[in-house]
Design a protein around this ligand. Structure first.
Ligand code: PMP
Length: 439
């Protein structure tokens, strides 16, 4: 087989779909990583403030996970859900206990999309209804069922929906008709909206699905307690609550192990989905539900690779490390410092409209000279952070938010270093915008 001498980016364009977008005008080829750093093909080192899109939850090339993967790959790569696997059972036991869901059962998948798809399969089957409540500005995946609950048409490649989805307010706080309200006023308004939407529903509604902090939506969270207030309305009607913890799980938000706990008064959700970082790079997703809900299906399996021995060994090693090193506490402490530093460093820059978040999940909302959301500012900021050796993510309804979600082992020194780079990148972004406005 011969390899083309063409640049990798040209080869990527030649074989990949055009909608498979890459970050940066000159896309990055990453070759290896260690701790909180990654290196590109030119040997340049970057501090990773995006954890490889939150997939590297703990640290790049964490020796404990690498060892577990290598050992397991040398023993047996994969069997199938038709045979017993010790790692799968142990990881499921631990996740069931951590989930807070009583009499919990865990089903493993290979991605967050598939986890949400399984949750929808369970909820719609259990309730015998294909009506789902979701939040505006939500992101739950791009499979045929999950695009149907993703509340931003820009993130949904098709408008053909297999579900009847009813969208309610609750995600974005910073704008829209409820922007001026206090926390309590916002919650009341959202509950009134929920009741209004339910009044339009056709009979039974299966489930309400929400991210505790909207991830792709730009790391924006409702006030604590919103879902507890929703829960009262939902529970009266038997509607299941699915908490999509794909970005918020495992202590990332610092104050809580799961995002739903910020709405703890209502108790745990009926279903919880997870993915991304639990395998620290290995493809694991899953859904947790009460036995009664989980067992409503008549299938004998719904995934061949979900829970494969190698990924389960990685998940177990990673979860053990995470708990033993109190990475939730680290997220709270270092994340708290980071957000303070970022606020101080960007105060007075008109391009920065808001620095928000909790733990190591921090969003920066960017605006143009007219004060409206600016995707251009985010593109400029992304390029400047890269020049300064820092990787961050982007998101938000208008593509105008920066997303900061480093591996959870981030040190104080690294937080300082990254905050300084980000402050400088945003200062350069402001200069670019000022320059344009003046020209
Ligand atoms: N849910 C949420 C909240 C997500 O952020 C994502 C991925 N960005 C998904 C689901 C889908 O996960 P995956 O890309 O692993 O399919």
């Amino acid at each position: 087989m011969t390899h083309s001498a063409a640049p990798l980016h040209d080869r990527h364009r030649a074989v990949m779909p055009q909608w498979l977008a890459l970050y940066y005008a000159e896309p990055l080829e990453l070759t290896h990583g260690e701790g909180r750093h990654v290196w590109d093909a030119h040997g340049r080192r970057y501090l990773d403030f995006f954890g490889g899109v939150l997939t590297t939850m703990t640290a790049h090339a964490l020796p404990e996970v690498t060892k577990a993967v290598a050992e397991q790959a040398g023993r047996i790569l994969h069997t199938s859900t038709l045979y017993l696997d010790r790692h799968m059972v142990e990881l499921a036991e631990r996740i069931a206990a951590l989930s807070g869901i009583p009499d919990a059962r865990v089903f493993f998948t290979t991605s967050g999309t598939e986890a949400n798809d399984a949750a929808l399969l369970l909820a719609t089957t259990h309730r015998r209804s294909n009506q789902i409540l979701a939040l505006r500005n939500s992101y739950h995946g791009r499979s045929f069922s999950t695009v149907a609950i993703t509340g931003n048409s820009a993130w949904s490649p098709t408008s053909l929906s297999p579900l009847q989805t009813l969208y309610v307010h609750g995600g974005v706080r910073s704008r829209g008709p409820y922007a001026h309200l206090s926390d309590a006023g916002f919650i009341d308004a959202c509950v009134a909206d929920l009741k209004d939407v339910l009044g339009q529903a056709h009979g039974t509604v299966a489930a309400f699905v929400a991210e505790p902090v909207q991830g792709v939506g730009g790391f924006t969270a409702p006030p604590d307690g919103l879902y507890a207030a929703f829960r009262e309305v939902l529970a009266e009607r038997g509607i299941l609550w699915i908490s999509d913890e794909v970005q918020t799980g495992w202590g990332r938000t610092g104050d809580h192990f799961w995002g739903w706990q910020a709405h703890g008064a209502s108790g745990p959700p009926d279903l919880l989905t997870f993915a991304k970082g639990i395998g620290n790079g290995m493809a694991i997703g899953g859904v947790v539900a009460r036995a009664e809900v989980m067992n409503c299906l008549g299938a004998n399996s719904i995934s061949t690779f979900g829970g494969s021995p190698v990924t389960m060994a990685a998940g177990l090693a990673n979860l053990t490390y995470l708990l033993e090193h109190d990475l939730q506490g680290n997220a709270r402490r270092v994340g708290g410092l980071l957000i303070e530093r970022l606020r101080a460093l960007t105060a007075g820059l008109p391009v920065v409209r808001e620095v928000r978040g909790r733990g190591l999940m921090i969003g920066i909302e960017l605006a143009g000279p007219d004060g409206t959301p600016s995707a251009e500012a985010a593109s400029l900021a992304l390029e400047h952070t890269r020049e300064l050796g820092l990787l961050v993510g982007r998101g938000g309804r208008e593509g105008n938010a920066l997303r900061i979600a480093p591996p959870l082992t981030l040190t104080v020194a690294e937080a300082e270093e990254g905050a300084t780079a980000l402050g400088e990148a945003l200062r350069r972004t402001q200069q670019d915008l000022d320059g344009k406005a003046g020209s």
